[in-house]
Design a protein around this ligand. Structure first.
Ligand SMILES: [Zn+2]
Length: 326
């Protein structure tokens, strides 16, 4: 174990009560890391508004603390020219974490929700999901039912596409949980071995939900989905996607948001029409974060619907994907 890693360990996961360790970590970090305390004070002051769109509801959060992430330059040339801020030797001095397998569980220094975690690989290895989907689901199992684990693809939301990381947030914060669980906004497409595939219905953005009781079966179905997406898009690269995963009484749910692009065209406007939002997994779950007050004020149902449609994969492609999988 390197000295860098030793220096960063607040606690080690030994197979028991990861949820409790995370609660203790947050308390400890708020006491000892002034930047985090300040971030949580700012989070308390964020403004939130609810927008009712055509068939679904979303929240807009005005959060100036997220400007670094929302406005991050993730082009390969920019990434190659900066020190990696998720590498152990570049973490803030006061930031400590829980050693969890080959990952370090840390408090996100720019939280969108109360108790927002970032889970970084202890190695500088690229952000990619196929090799690591089992880690993501295992982490969710160890955290328990009160968390959602999140993933951003390297080209659609990951602020460090060169360093493997997940996020975790407490259950109950995202509109899509309610839409899927209580409003039943999904249509069953097929049953394969131990996994049912659902298609998000009237949610304004394309999402697929793989549901089952066994991690291995969901992983196999996810791998088939990835192969189908790659084959149809004629690429060997990771298809653009965001992922949310949680478990509850109904079993395990892997929500996949296949994407066509990261940022909408309005992000790149150079006049007053520019809207500074960068849809990543949190936005796809229904919480749109904007660092600018003017965008918070002017975002409306029509704009949100148009942005969701623009950044989601074409519905026709996903219908072909589903037919490949059945
Ligand atoms: Zn790194």
């Amino acid at each position: 174990m390197t000295d860098y890693l030793k220096d960063k360990i607040y606690a080690r996961f030994d197979g028991k009560d990861l949820n409790g360790l995370c609660t203790n970590l947050l308390s400890q970090q708020i006491m000892t890391w002034p930047k985090l305390r300040e971030s949580y004070e700012l989070l308390n002051k964020t403004k939130i508004k609810t927008i009712v769109c055509n068939g679904f509801t979303i929240k807009i959060q005005h959060n100036p603390g997220r400007s670094t992430s929302t406005l991050a330059d993730t082009r390969p040339e920019a990434i190659g020219n900066r020190p990696c801020f998720l590498c152990l030797n570049n973490l803030p001095e006061k930031q400590k974490g829980i050693l969890y397998r080959d990952y370090l569980i840390l408090c996100n220094p720019a939280p969108v929700f109360y108790h927002h975690l970032t889970i970084n690989s202890i190695n500088h290895t690229p952000q990619e999901i196929e090799m690591n989907i089992g880690h993501l689901m295992g982490l969710s199992k160890d955290l328990g039912d009160s968390w959602i684990v999140l993933y951003n693809g390297p080209k659609c939301g990951a602020s460090a596409p060169d360093h493997l990381h997940f996020q975790a947030i407490p259950r109950g914060n995202t509109p899509i949980e309610k839409e899927l669980t209580y409003n039943k906004k999904s249509v069953k497409f097929s049953n394969t071995s131990h996994v049912s595939i659902y298609y998000g219905d009237s949610l304004g953005r394309v999402c697929l939900i793989l549901k089952g009781n066994y991690i291995e079966a969901i992983e196999a179905a996810f791998n088939r989905l990835m192969e189908a997406l790659k084959s149809i898009q004629k690429t060997s690269d990771e298809p653009m996607l965001n992922i949310a995963f949680f478990s509850d009484m109904g079993g395990l749910s892997l929500i996949v948001f296949p994407r066509s692009k990261h940022r909408p065209d309005v992000y790149f406007r150079e006049d007053d029409a520019r809207i500074a939002i960068s849809p990543a997994v949190i936005e796809m779950t229904g919480v749109i974060v904007t660092p600018l007050e003017r965008d918070f004020i002017r975002l409306d149902a029509e704009t949100v619907e148009s942005i969701y449609k623009e950044v989601s994969i074409d519905k026709k492609i996903i219908e072909t994907v589903l037919s490949f999988m059945s």
